[in-house]
Design a protein. Sequence first.
Length: 201
Amino acid sequence: MTVPDSLAVWLRVRRETAWHQAPALQPVPPASDGFRAWCEGPVRRRDPVRAKRLLAAHTLARADAARRAPLDFRLLSGWQREVLGVTEAPFRSNDAYAKAGRERYALTPRTQTDFATCLREATDAELPLAARAARAYLDVAFFHPFSDGNARAALLTLVHVLAREDIVLPEVGPLQTARYADDPAGAADLATLIDVLNRRR
């Protein structure tokens, strides 16, 4: 039996989610950089090489945010080369699967074009920043552009979108729970969680 296309489901959910109702984030000088603390703490204890690569990718993502580079696949691929320690990180060439095969992300002639369009919307000033960061995170998760490391790519994308507007979350651990393509309430809740974390100073 063919697993339904969860990417198509996500694109429908993405259109229907009430992103405009997300909270507005207030820039607050961070007490710490939660991504760096996560890498230097639990990630390093588990796998020092993984931590080193993530920190290198994080440095790139923050530098790209500082120069206000447009969010596109080329940018993500550069971060992903650091994450995976490889020379190339191309867009996947087949359908992708996650959650033990329960979600399938189809590859069609439109997939890369649709992904590019979604990434461009991360700078849509008509939406609250928390909504844009949450939506970009989920876009990467459900487009699943890489053959490996998509959860890390999604988190780096969220960090980048926030950093473009001088938001640095003091912790990122709570963001790392399973997200489902068919869950509009969960998508909206992610934006709310970003706001909650931003207030934890």
